[in-house]
Design a protein around this ligand. Structure first.
Ligand code: HEM
Ligand SMILES: *[C@@H]1O[C@H](CO)[C@@H](O)[C@H](O)[C@H]1NC(C)=O
Length: 327
């Protein structure tokens, strides 16, 4: 007779616990004190030979967090039986998976089954941003890895959408216009395949002419490399998104779009749309404001729909879900 009230009582005291479970800085302090150091070392070593990893990790972090939350769903390999997020169109070109594997290997050797792949992406991104000249910031941890990676759930905006259309997407994830303009500042590093902006060079919106909002010299430069014919993705050349400081996390991308040198249409739109243009001007003239805003926005991105507490799992191999244990 006492069973039911007792159960109810337990539920009542445990429920708030599971609800309040959340990310915090230094989550691995006692369970894996060297966790952040191990990630830092792995990223340092790689950055020395390939500074383009800053761009790779920032994009990976975005694609992870904006599809079913920051749960490392982007890392799952597809199998002949089951395609994963990696197979979805918008995931094309996402790279850096091997860097995450490398950090994970060392972490598993040091503290097995402890540090989530979702946290590794987040920590690795911070290290890479710092190495690329961007701001440093504390990273709340404690994310768990998800058990879903489904290409049909990848619903990311197309680079040819307008600013208001793109904002609808960002707002649905809880972000403001200013935060969106800030996060798109990540295009201060990295590259895009010609296929993502080819229309702007040859046949913008069916006009048979280049996008009139793109600097003429840039049109010529991109045409020289990209040509006029579409190519398969693996043979498609890439161009820098930021035409000036292509490997530095700074506010140069905003100056570039003001000069009509945005490579992706959405980047250029930020400087042209009445709603976002003032924010672009402000970041272009105030590098400190951009850095502060960027650090805050990336931390916020890292908190989107996270799994915490006992939800999900800690993967042993970031590319495959753990085998279900038979109890
Ligand atoms: C409306 C939102 C966005 C659109 C439409 C968009 C679109 C794209 C496209 C088409 C590329 C080229 C990919 C390739 O050819 O391999 C790209 C690259 C990139 N994106 Fe975005 N992006 C968006 C938001 C973001 C956000 C929020 C971040 C990070 C905070 C980000 C970080 C990057 C980085 C760093 C690259 C370069 C990747 C590399 O060098 O491999 N993007 N983006
Ligand atoms: C390129 O960036 C550097 C460093 O921020 C700056 O000093 C220079 O004026 C920029 N050049 C152009 C053409 O924007």
């Amino acid at each position: 007779m006492m069973k039911l009230p007792l159960l109810l009582f337990l539920c009542l005291i445990l429920l708030p616990l599971s609800v309040t479970a959340q990310l915090r800085v230094g989550f691995y302090k006692s369970t894996c004190p060297r966790a952040e150091l191990i990630v830092r070392q792995a990223i340092h070593n790689r950055f020395k030979i390939d500074p383009s990893i800053a761009a790779a990790l920032l994009r990976m972090h975005f694609h992870d967090c904006f599809v079913t939350g920051c749960d490392a769903s982007i890392l799952i390999d597809s199998t002949p039986r089951k395609p994963s997020e990696k197979d979805a169109g918008p995931s094309l070109g996402v790279r850096g998976y091997d860097i995450i594997d490398e950090a994970k290997r060392t972490l598993e050797a040091t503290c097995p089954g402890t540090v989530s792949c979702a946290d590794i992406i987040t920590l690795a991104t911070r290290e890479a941003v710092v190495l690329a000249g961007g701001p440093s910031y504390s990273v709340p941890t404690g994310r768990r890895d998800g058990r879903i990676s489904d290409p049909s759930l990848v619903d990311l905006p197309d680079p040819s959408l307008s600013v208001p259309e793109t904002l609808t997407f960002f707002a649905s994830k809880g972000f403001t216009l200013k935060e969106m303009v800030t996060l798109l500042g990540a295009h201060t590093v990295g590259v895009a395949h010609c296929g993502f902006f080819q229309d702007r060079l040859t046949n913008f919106q069916g006009t048979g002419r280049p996008d009139p909002t793109m600097d003429r010299a840039l049109v010529s430069k991109l045409l020289r490399i990209c040509g006029t014919q579409p190519r398969s993705f693996d043979k498609d050349p890439t161009m820098f998104l930021d035409q000036n400081t292509s490997f530095v996390v700074d506010n140069q991308i905003y100056k570039q779009v003001i000069l009509r040198k945005g490579v992706l249409q959405i980047d250029q739109e930020l400087a042209l749309d009445r709603s976002s243009a003032p924010i672009v001007s402000m970041f272009a003239s105030n590098g400190r404001a951009f850095e502060q805003s960027f650090a805050k926005a990336v931390v916020k991105m890292g908190g989107v729909e996270v799994l915490v507490g006992k939800a999900g799992e800690i993967r042993t191999n970031c590319r495959v879900f753990n085998k279900k244990k038979h109890i």
